[in-house]
Design a binder for this molecule. Structure first.
Ligand code: SPV
Ligand code: MG
Length: 669
């Protein structure tokens, strides 16, 4: 595709403005002329070849074009009798350079980017017209029939629309018109418009009318036109455009939409906070501060700001952008409420929402899949729990005891209020891991087998893992466990301050259980911290004082001592239904220690919501066994139903079709 710009004329109606250069070099803003703007638009569109017809002040014009330093190859064609002919003859002079699809424009035309984008995107030959502007008395009008331009001239008022000489001409259509231009010029009809030749073709050049309505697309004939166009351009250039990004990689699809948005005005990019991203998809690989830097370094981005919530409200109210740009993927689905809020806010001040088709290019899906598989890698998975804790303040974990439950924790999402709620992490419970193997929870299942469970889960998931390390075993063994867990990509091990034959805490004092001494357990924590090789791995000390009815004071004394010994977090446990002893512990612990994360397993004291725990100062909520407790009765019921009926038919209603179960299993993680 080539651009053809007609610049042979003088533009005598511009008065002194054209006393030293051709009209196209008239300034339309502090930083551009009609021609420099056209050429930048052409270069931005990726067109490289520009044919410019010249006449008056051709030397000035050629020097000027070259001085702009744009990635364009110019062919200048001088009309030797520019003062005796019209531009039809300039085109004739340039005809040997025009064997291509052509973007044709008059040299005095100013149009906004959206107009040019629409012209370029047209799959057919077209001319810009306006169905909304009044018909000009002396300027071009197009006679439009069934969407086709039949004639163009100043004299047509019937079936006519205001028209501007900005055309996209496909090679074959252009050839038809060009041949007619040649015929005219060779028959000495050189003082007419090129459109006079077009009009004789009666629609044979297949030019469609492209209605740009009120968008800026105007020629500048005199100082009054110049004042109007300059003012409109100023208004267009002061428009701000807002987009929000959550992604931690920038690929070609993002750049394409950013480029489009930039053409609509000054682009402000909101970077979604880590917490907000984590709340609807996953913890970003790249923290918000780094993501901001990436966007700040994209050419032409006006400003990069924080967006702290999924809702756009705060930023729309602060920056009042004229336009919000988004992919059309949020028209349906869980983001719909966010979109509705955006349209409501924009309506309050006359802002506009522009939606572009969401790119479903498989190469971007592949990049996403690759990022996902990176998330599963031990080094990347391990550090995410700590980052999530920093970003979100409160993290939730759900129990998983095999690959399938891991997938359920990984993929279960509930959409609420424009957000997507999901578990942040996985808990590998000693109780459920043992139970899944039909064994009691007494540290009977050895570490090698427990590690196998971890691997089954890590093979098919990406979320961070909190591992139930029971008592941690002997200190001499625990140091090995720490390193093995680090290698497996586990983020945190929780060890409890019990010794001897450990039994599950939910038995409380119904069974004999011995609590370790503060000294011994502190030494175990210290040894574990010393042994760990990665900086993000966390060791959490679990205090059993309330379970073993040793009192609040004992629990607090231990908590402070274990934090002092280097524990990265404290888990306080209770088997009471009433949450008040846990609440009291948090309050008293937080009075002295505001930073060490507090971990809770609210199996018994399950009436308090996550938000309330967060408010009170808890940081990790572990749902320790609910998936297993859901599956066991369901399995028993199915088994009984078959036994009762001596066949499986009655059981069907309570079963999920296997094709739905298979959907949980990824082809590749
Ligand atoms: C587990 O899930 O194995 C636990 C938590 O240790 S609890 O069962 O509540 O003791
Ligand atoms: Mg346990």
């Amino acid at each position: 595709m080539k651009a053809l710009i007609l610049n042979s004329g003088l533009g005598s109606r511009m008065g002194v403005l054209t006393s030293e250069h051709p009209k196209c070099m008239t300034e339309i803003s502090a930083h551009e002329t009609i021609l420099s703007r056209q050429l930048k638009q052409i270069a931005d569109a990726g067109i490289e070849e520009v044919v410019i017809t010249t006449g008056y002040y051709d030397g000035v014009l050629v020097n000027y074009c070259n001085s702009l330093d744009l990635p364009l190859n110019f062919t200048f064609v001088k009309n030797p009798i520019y003062d005796q002919t019209n531009y039809i003859y300039s085109i004739y002079c340039a005809k040997d350079y025009l064997d291509d699809d052509i973007i044709l424009m008059h040299g005095d035309l100013v149009f906004e980017h959206e107009v040019f984008d629409r012209v370029l995107a047209s799959p057919v030959s077209c001319m810009t017209v306006s169905s909304t502007l009044p018909l000009p008395e002396k300027d071009f009008k197009a006679v439009v029939r069934d969407g086709m331009v039949m004639k163009v001239g100043v004299e047509f008022f019937n079936e006519a629309m205001e028209a501007q000489a900005l055309y996209k001409l496909l090679k074959d259509d252009w050839k038809v018109w060009l041949n007619k231009i040649v015929e005219f010029c060779e028959n000495d009809k050189r003082k007419v418009y090129a459109e006079n030749a077009l009009n004789e073709l009666e629609g044979a050049a297949n030019i469609h009318a492209l209605d740009v309505e009120n968008l800026l697309c105007s020629e500048i004939d005199n100082p009054e036109d110049l004042a109007i166009v300059t003012a409109k351009l100023k208004e267009i250039e002061s428009r701000t455009v807002y987009m929000c990004f959550a992604s931690d990689i920038i690929h070609g699809g993002h750049i394409a939409i950013i480029k489009k948005a930039q053409k609509l005005g000054k682009l402000i990019i909101g970077v979604l906070s880590d917490e907000a991203v984590a709340s609807y998809k996953r913890m970003p690989l790249v923290p918000a501060s780094e993501r901001k830097l990436m966007f700040e370094n994209i050419a032409g981005v006006y400003k990069v700001v924080d967006q702290d919530t999924l809702s756009y409200r705060a930023n729309l109210e602060k920056y009042k952008p004229s336009i919000v740009v988004h992919g059309d993927d949020w028209v349906t689905g869980f983001q719909r409420p966010i979109r509705d809020e955006v349209t409501d806010i924009l309506a309050t001040y006359g802002g506009k929402l522009v939606e572009y088709p969401y790119s479903s290019d498989p190469k971007y899906a592949e990049i996403d899949a690759r990022t996902r598989s990176d998330l599963a890698m031990p080094d990347i998975r391990r550090g995410r729990l700590k980052r999530m804790l920093d970003a979100k303040g409160l993290v939730t974990a759900m129990e998983a005891h095999d690959g399938l439950t891991g997938l359920i924790v990984e993929n279960t999402v509930v959409h609420q209020e424009g957000g997507a709620h999901q578990f942040d992490a996985m808990w590998i419970s000693s109780l459920c891991d043992s139970t899944a193997k039909g064994k009691p929870d007494i540290e009977l299942v050895d570490m090698t087998s427990r590690f196998r469970t971890i691997e089954d889960i890590t093979e098919v998931t990406t979320k961070p893992i909190i591992f139930d390390g029971d008592t941690g075993g002997k200190t001499e063994h625990f140091v090995y466990t720490v390193r093995s867990l680090e290698r497996l990509g586990v983020s945190m091990v929780i060890i409890e301050d019990k010794t001897g034959l450990k039994k599950n805490s939910l038995f409380g004092t119904e069974v004999v259980q011995t609590q370790d001494t503060i000294e011994n357990f502190s030494a175990k924590i210290k040894a574990g911290k010393k042994a760990q090789r990665t900086k993000e791995f966390m060791i959490c000390a679990r205090i059993e004082s309330l379970i073993l009815e040793q009192g609040m004071e004992d629990a607090l004394t231990r908590a402070f001592a274990f934090a002092e010994a280097g524990a990265d977090a404290i888990m306080i446990h209770s088997r009471k239904k009433d949450p008040s002893e846990i609440q009291e512990f948090i309050e008293k612990f937080r009075a002295k220690d505001q930073t060490t994360p507090i971990v809770l397993v609210p199996t018994s004291f399950n009436s308090v919501t996550e938000d309330e725990w967060k408010e009170r100062g808890a940081n990790i909520i572990i749902y320790a066994n609910q998936l297993m407790r859901a599956e066991v009765p369901a399995m028993q019921k199915a088994a009984e139903t078959i036994l009762q009926n001596h066949r499986a038919e009655e059981c069907d209603a309570m079963l999920m079709p296997f094709k739905d179960i298979i959907r949980l299993i990824p082809a590749e993680v």
